[in-house]
Write a new protein. Structure first.
Length: 145
């Protein structure tokens, strides 16, 4: 499998993750939108205040770019360690590390606080579910492409 296919698989997984976030928010089981968090962070970084539409556009670009980067990093790791690309035993700890990075780095940088506390007391659990969707989607896409 090529690096491009792995990156494409990660982008597909990122789309599924974003859809899970939006669906969860729409039905009231989740308080945050991954795409809006990314978009609002981008607006703050450039010192602008954008509307919801602009936040969704910017957030989508950031979210999918981040997913692609994580796919490229994954490709480098599995090739460097010479381990199976589609192994759940490799994907699961990688996605677990991404979840921890989200809770302790990305969410605080985005203004949501450690564990995403500003997004709600169960934001850590929401993020776990969204990252599980990413992991399963990534595993599925790797096997499909």
């Amino acid at each position: 499998m090529s690096a491009g296919e792995v990156v494409a698989s990660a982008v597909i997984a990122g789309i599924l993750m974003a859809l899970a976030s939006e669906l969860g928010r729409a039905v009231g089981v989740s308080k945050s939108s991954l795409v809006l968090i990314d978009g609002e962070f981008a607006a703050r970084m450039i010192g602008r205040r954008g509307g919801k539409g602009l936040s969704y556009v910017a957030g989508s670009v950031i979210h999918l770019t981040t997913s692609a980067v994580f796919g490229a990093i994954y490709f480098g790791i599995v090739r460097g360690l010479d381990v199976a690309l589609q192994s759940a035993l490799v994907i699961a700890p990688y996605v677990f590390a991404l979840w921890l990075a989200m809770l302790f780095a990305a969410l605080p940088l985005a203004g949501q606080g450690v564990l995403g506390k500003k997004a709600g007391r169960l934001a850590w659990l929401e993020q776990m579910v969204f990252h599980a969707v990413f992991g399963v989607g990534f595993w599925w896409a790797l096997g499909t492409l």
